[in-house]
Design a protein around this ligand. Structure first.
Ligand code: NAD
Ligand code: UDP
Length: 338
């Protein structure tokens, strides 16, 4: 049994990963400042697993507080989810994003180094590919970003690579997530966006539950098979399991290694709308609207490296992603605050 520190463990992907870690028999310590989440997610994870999570309300900007966590627990490995993630907000508040995401990560790496803990799984993102040079995206594709949020991911990847080059003993996996959607099959934990969702799936689900009138489809003139944007949607439980596979293989992967976590399937907005309508049981209203600034036509993974290095691949299809997301949305129309 290992002790895993999960930063940002109360959040969407974090809470699903904590659940899988507990079910796999790991001990879990979570630090989160609850800036974009609720401790209720972890209470539900405890109820679902019958196990306890050691939760610390802590901001990664509190360097001394982090040292105390490492003194208090013998941490074997860290999964680092904590960060701000809204692309639009990052263009309006770049300093807050750079400070929170980059300084927070520097503090974490310093605390890990001081404690002699050198295994890290980091939440990177497909956003590091910017407007993709080609699809499907392999890890060797050009990296470029168009907004401060993406820049923080790119910088953190670079910091990790430099660290692993300078010092031996580090095992860092930079997991580049594609588009996480869905929820745990229990419908008890899921994504709880604040305000009007920017992402497609939570927006569609708020249309389904009657909180929004219709879905705006941002552009039907993209160079894609049906003219709407194409992405690689991945079930959050598949993604969570990818972290366990990464932890298991980390000892065999010295240095810093970037790995895509996607399904490898390109799904259009209209495909997703169709699958969501089927899950909900009626045609959800939509209208075509002009392209969203900064959007790209298509972004999906070549998922073969994850299979080869981690022995992991995604299992859930789009119908299951929509069914599970809908179960969570229906049972929790106001998220955890309901
Ligand atoms: P989330 O907002 O639900 O979870 C992030 C958690 O980090 C939240 O609980 C938040 O309170 C916490 N946090 C933020 N700053 C912190 C700080 N300074 N100290 C302590 N806690 C802090 O987001 P998520 O969707 O679960 O994403 C998790 C990670 O995955 C993020 O790093 C995100 O950038 C990355 N990612 C997410 C997506 C996505 O679409 N959801 C895609 C690619 C990458
Ligand atoms: N999208 C849309 N309407 C929405 C939200 C998203 O048409 O209300 C489209 C968007 O243009 C893109 C796809 O859905 O083609 C996925 O968008 P999301 O913001 O979820 O992910 P990202 O673009 O960051 O990959």
């Amino acid at each position: 049994m290992s002790t895993i520190l999960v930063t940002g463990g109360a959040g969407y992907i974090g809470s699903h990963t904590v659940l899988e870690l507990l079910n796999a028999g790991h001990r879990v310590v979570v630090v989160d400042n609850l800036d974009n989440s609720s401790a209720e997610s972890l209470r539900r994870v405890e109820a679902l697993t019958g196990k306890t999570v050691e939760f610390h309300l802590l901001d990664l900007l509190d360097r001394g507080g982090l040292d105390l966590i490492f003194k208090r627990h013998r941490i074997d490995a860290v999964i680092h989810f904590a960060g701000l993630k809204a692309v639009g907000e990052s263009t309006q508040q770049p300093l807050r994003y750079y400070h929170n995401n980059i300084t927070g990560t520097l503090h974490l790496l310093e605390a890990m180094k001081a404690a002699g803990c050198k295994t890290l799984v980091f939440s990177s993102s497909a956003t590091v590919y910017g407007d993709p040079e080609r699809v499907p995206l392999t890890e060797g594709c050009a990296l470029r970003t168009t907004n401060p949020y993406g820049a923080t991911k790119l910088w953190i990847e670079g910091i990790c690579r430099d660290l692993a080059k300078a010092e031996s003993g580090w095992h860092i996996l930079l997991l580049r997530y594609f588009n996480p959607v869905g929820a745990h099959e229990s419908g008890r934990i899921g994504e709880d966006p604040q305000g009007i969702p920017n992402n497609l799936m939570p927006f569609i689900m708020q249309v389904a539950v009657g909180k929004r009138e219709f879905l705006n489809i941002w552009g039907n003139d993209w160079a894609t098979p049906d003219g709407t944007g194409v992405r690689d949607y991945i079930h959050v439980v598949d993604l969570a399991k990818g972290h366990l596979a990464a932890l298991a293989k980390a000892p065999e992967l010295p240095g810093a290694t970037a790995i895509n976590l996607g399904t490898g399937n390109g799904i259009s907005v209209l495909d997703m709308w169709r699958a969501a309508s089927a899950a909900v049981g009626r045609e959800l209203p939509y209208r075509f609207a002009p392209r969203r600034p900064g959007d790209i036509a298509a972004c999906y993974a070549d998922a073969s490296l994850a299979k080869n290095l981690l022995g992991w691949s995604a299992h859930y299809n789009v119908a299951q992603m929509c069914t599970d997301h809908w179960r969570w949305q229906q049972a929790n129309p106001n998220g955890y605050s309901g």
